[in-house]
Design a protein around this ligand. Structure first.
Ligand SMILES: Cc1ncc(COP(=O)(O)O)c(C=O)c1O
Length: 394
């Protein structure tokens, strides 16, 4: 009955875990959510106020498919200031979330049968978006510390390789790629005539000495070959508003515009107007959120790594921790047997009332992804409960 495309899609494991969490909560269970990748903060007031003004001023009609000029100009200003990258408004395509921007870029560049190199662990949607576009995802293992392994990329090259999909800061690992790692990938793209799609939605969530560098900034050649994807969801706590963009060569930007024109048209008009001054007016709020995330990262990391058998690198970015939990495989409690990370997630949901996502969803068995986009109090309670539940496994 269904098309081959529909039949081949794997439903999102993160959404599935969320559905289970909602079910338990509806039945009265007290569940702490570490599964959801969205800031728990309110959207900054200047953005909310600008949205209300836009609605009152009647900014409720279709806009150009690729977005309103003042927002495209504000994005160009941001890319120059923050990333040292010079784009003109016709190189920007504004979309309904970073996810649509990413999909536009994959559809614009990927032919049927083209191979797309994706370092793993990776964001749940990458593999499915590539499959939807007719491409073939090729999963490239990272190093043990989740840094990029250029040799693994080189080994995977074939005549059909077309694209590299990068994400730094990374979901789920929190890794932030260095200038050297990115320069190496830029060279590889240049030598082998490949394009890079760079998902930078966690750009503003960086801790310690790490710095965000876009692959587009590593050389003029890499600039030409990179489609930069970014969005407002994570930086400005705007997940429900649905706003993102690509910055790329004009021909690619036009192709993104053409796809989007037939799929959804413009992103919501008053949301675009609300975001025009976000980069200029919300720097303090963004910094406050970053500092809160950093405290939570430090606390949760300390608690997790104090639990017997749990190993976890302290990541430099995003709001995720991805510990290795395989020491608990083969154990059980009251008939609940833990064979893998999915079993352990289900056990933690039942026994500890905490929700997290098993690593298989990100192509990384043996691990669990915890999002620390939750209050310090909730993280404290959740970690206490997890510690107690793990002690029961024999
Ligand atoms: C790595 C990554 N890219 C893109 C997105 C999509 O973000 P949005 O569509 O809300 O901008 C997410 C959301 O979780 C993400 O983690």
């Amino acid at each position: 009955m269904l098309s081959n495309r529909a039949a081949n899609i794997t439903p999102s494991a993160t959404h599935a875990m969320n559905a289970r969490l909602m079910q338990r909560r509806a039945a009265g269970a007290d569940i702490i959510a570490f599964n959801v990748g969205e800031p728990d903060f309110a959207t900054p007031k200047p953005i909310v106020d600008a949205c209300i003004r836009a609605l009152q001023e009647g900014k409720t009609k279709y806009t150009p498919v690729n977005g309103i000029t003042p927002l495209k100009e504000a994005i160009c200003e941001k890319l120059l200031q923050d990333n040292g990258l010079s784009y003109s408004p016709d190189q920007i395509c504004i979309s309904t979330g970073g996810k649509q921007a990413l999909s536009n870029a994959v559809f614009a560049l990927c032919n049927e049968g083209d191979e797309v190199l994706i370092p793993i662990p990776c964001y749940v949607s990458y593999v499915e978006i590539v499959k939807l576009a007719g491409g073939v995802p090729v999963l490239i293992p990272t190093n043990e510390d989740f840094s990029l392994n250029a040799e693994n990329f080189r080994r995977a090259l074939t005549a059909k390789t077309r694209l590299i999909l990068l994400n730094s800061p990374n979901n789920p690992t929190g890794a932030v790629y260095s200038a050297e790692e990115l320069a190496e990938i830029g060279r590889l793209a240049e030598e082998n005539d490949l394009y890079i799609i760079s998902d930078e939605v966690y750009e503003k969530l960086i801790y310690g000495d790490a710095a965000h560098i876009s692959p587009a900034a590593v050389s003029p050649q890499a600039y030409e070959r990179t489609v930069l994807v970014n969005g407002f969801s994570k930086t400005f706590a705007m997940t429900g508003w649905r706003l993102g963009y690509t910055a790329s060569r004009v021909e690619i930007s036009r192709a993104c515009n053409a796809f989007q024109g037939h799929m959804t048209s413009c992103s919501t008009s008053f949301v675009q107007y609300a975001a025009v001054n976000a980069f200029r007016e919300c720097t303090d709020e963004v910094e406050k959120m970053r500092l809160a995330f950093q405290k939570r990262r430090d606390y949760m990391h300390a608690r997790l790594t104090a639990m017997p058998g749990i190993h976890c690198k302290l990541p430099d970015g995003a709001f995720y921790l991805m510990p290795d939990v395989s020491a608990y495989f083969g154990k059980s409690h009251e008939g609940q047997f833990i064979r893998n990370a999915e079993d352990l997630c289900n056990y933690l949901l039942d026994e500890a009332g905490i929700a997290a996502v098993f690593g298989e969803a990100f192509c990384m068995p043996g691990t669990i992804r915890f999002a620390y986009a939750n209050s310090l109090d909730n993280i404290r309670i959740g970690m206490d409960r997890m510690e107690a539940a793990l002690k029961k496994l024999k």
